[in-house]
Design a protein around this ligand. Sequence first.
Ligand SMILES: [Zn+2]
Ligand SMILES: [Zn+2]
Length: 137
Amino acid sequence: MTDLPLTGGCLCGGVRFEIAAPLESASYCHCTRCQRRSGTAASANARVAPGSFRLVSGEELVREFRLEDGWAKCFCSVCGSQLWSRDPETDARSVRLGAFDRDPGVRPAWRQFVAYAAPWEAIPEDGLPRHDERPTG
Ligand SMILES: [Zn+2]
Ligand SMILES: [Zn+2]
């Protein structure tokens, strides 16, 4: 088992967070937005249990970028690290797996938006379910 709270932060160390409950799920997102914001072929993200996230330091450094129809993409304004996304309506969060200090205790269980996968990197043959868009149900 992974010790709680889970901890993590950005590259420069200015932003630090804690998560007090086990992560609910994790997945890889191959959508075009994730490719752009991360500079990679896919982004690994974990869904946070409601109310378990706490920003420990660096609130003033966190910036949000939001397209009209999506969750806010939150990042450190000093070092540019991608940290989490946030639903402006419900405050639900999805944290980038690369932001955790240690094993986050979950493993990505599916791949989504593979219809938009980067042409320059093959999707790994890892046996995970692949969804062309967001998984339904
Ligand atoms: Zn930073
Ligand atoms: Zn995405």
